[in-house]
Write a protein that binds this ligand. Structure first.
Ligand code: KG4
Ligand code: ZN
Length: 357
């Protein structure tokens, strides 16, 4: 049997080039990722121009590799899904131009996927996944969102960060402590050795009735504490622990409030910070107490990956989406703008424009 009914997914929104193939009946056939972390580490963060150039070098070899490893040939592909935003414009344009052109050459549809919708459906690739509706906690380097996910393409934001995204707070705090980029995994490793009783960090916004977050104060608190302890070799681990405890407390408290307010029974967690073991453990405890369930992608699919884009593309393809013949790259793209996108999805246009805004 040939592998027809496949969607190939291409992710280039930030600092990973990732490709995967999803098959309608057989699930995920293959995925591969090239990380640019080493290229950006010396700068302490992602350099957009370096990111774009590196995506150009890797996207085609990765597509070839995943097709070969998945035993898929071009005529098996029904659709090409690429990340259309949000993300870095130059980086997005690489995947978008490649994906749209690849689909055009094959005479099949291309779908521009919203990166955060990709993260949101990543957990649905795992066994015992819930179906819509559910509560989603999206925690990445650029976003912190609590979302009522009503259906594919139907999202209501219940709460969001008013300043730094939670991943960004991890990264900035790690940098202040002299740790490597990306900071999330570094802080969580260090926190394991930290004394939980030495420092107590504030729990921002917990006293407010909303489901919004604020994380920039925690980073300031970390650096003030770090400066106050002088030359103490144990301080970094203790600060990492206090910082992580505060973040986990705030995220889990807001999830609890959102579960109670909405009456939703399933919590889906997504985005790079979803790989954090302390957060995973706390949310397991919380949902057990609340009589609800929690669902995470496997840690490699919490961070950016091609599988989530292929799967989101597959779900949209099945729902009838046929995007117009444009190369879509949208660096700023609130997830709520997707609402209704699957209702009026069947638009065919052919003006061949590049749609970057
Ligand atoms: O979803 P992602 O790969 O990229 C974006 O869409 O932003 O998330 C990356 C973020 C980074 O800020 C990184 O520090 C954080 O996820 N991260 C973690 C962990 N692994 C990655 N934060 C806390 N604990 C982790 N284990
Ligand atoms: Zn991401």
């Amino acid at each position: 049997m040939r592998n027809s009914h496949c969607v190939i997914g291409i992710e280039t929104s930030c600092d990973e080039t990732a490709v995967a193939i999803y098959h309608g009946e057989r699930g995920l056939l293959g995925h591969a990722l090239h990380s640019q972390v080493a290229l950006h580490a010396i700068y302490g963060g992602v350099v957009p121009e370096i990111a774009s150039r590196d995506h150009i070098r890797h996207v085609l070899p990765l597509v070839r590799q995943v097709m070969r490893e998945s035993d898929v040939v071009t005529k098996d592909l029904s659709c090409v899904a690429y990340t259309a935003g949000p993300g870095l414009l130059g980086a997005l344009l690489v995947g978008a131009a490649f994906g749209r052109s690849f689909a055009f050459g094959l005479g099949i549809p291309a779908i521009g996927v919203h990166h955060m919708e990709g993260h949101l459906v990543a957990a649905l690739l795992e066994p015992n996944a819930p179906s819509f509706p559910f509560l989603a906690l999206l925690v990445s380097g650029g976003h912190t969102l609590l979302v009522h996910a009503k259906a594919m393409g139907q999202y209501q934001i219940l709460g969001e960060s008013l300043d730094d995204a939670v991943g960004e707070a991890f990264d900035k705090t790690a940098k202040l402590l002299g740790l490597q980029y990306p900071g999330g995994p570094e802080i969580s490793k260090l926190a394991e050795k930290g004394n939980p009783d030495r420092f107590h960090f504030p729990r921002p916004m917990l006293d407010r009735p909303t489901l919004d977050f604020s994380f920039s104060g925690l980073k300031t608190h970390a650096i003030t504490t770090f400066r106050s302890v002088g030359n103490d070799p144990a301080a970094r681990a203790d600060i990492a622990r206090a910082f992580q405890d505060a973040v986990v407390d705030v995220l889990s408290s807001k999830c609890k409030r959102a579960l109670r307010e909405t009456g939703l029974k399933h919590l889906v967690v997504a985005g790079g910070v979803g790989a954090n073991q302390a957060l995973r453990a706390r949310l397991h405890e919380l949902t057990l107490q609340e009589g609800s369930t929690v669902h995470f992608p496997r840690p490699t699919f919490c961070v950016d990956n091609g599988a989530m884009i292929a799967y989101a593309g597959w779900l949209r393809f099945c729902a009838g989406e046929r995007a117009p013949l444009v190369i879509q790259a949208t660096p700023r793209w609130p997830i709520e703008l997707l609402n209704g996108s699957l209702v009026d999805a069947k638009v065919e246009a052919s003006d061949g424009t590049i749609n970057a805004h």
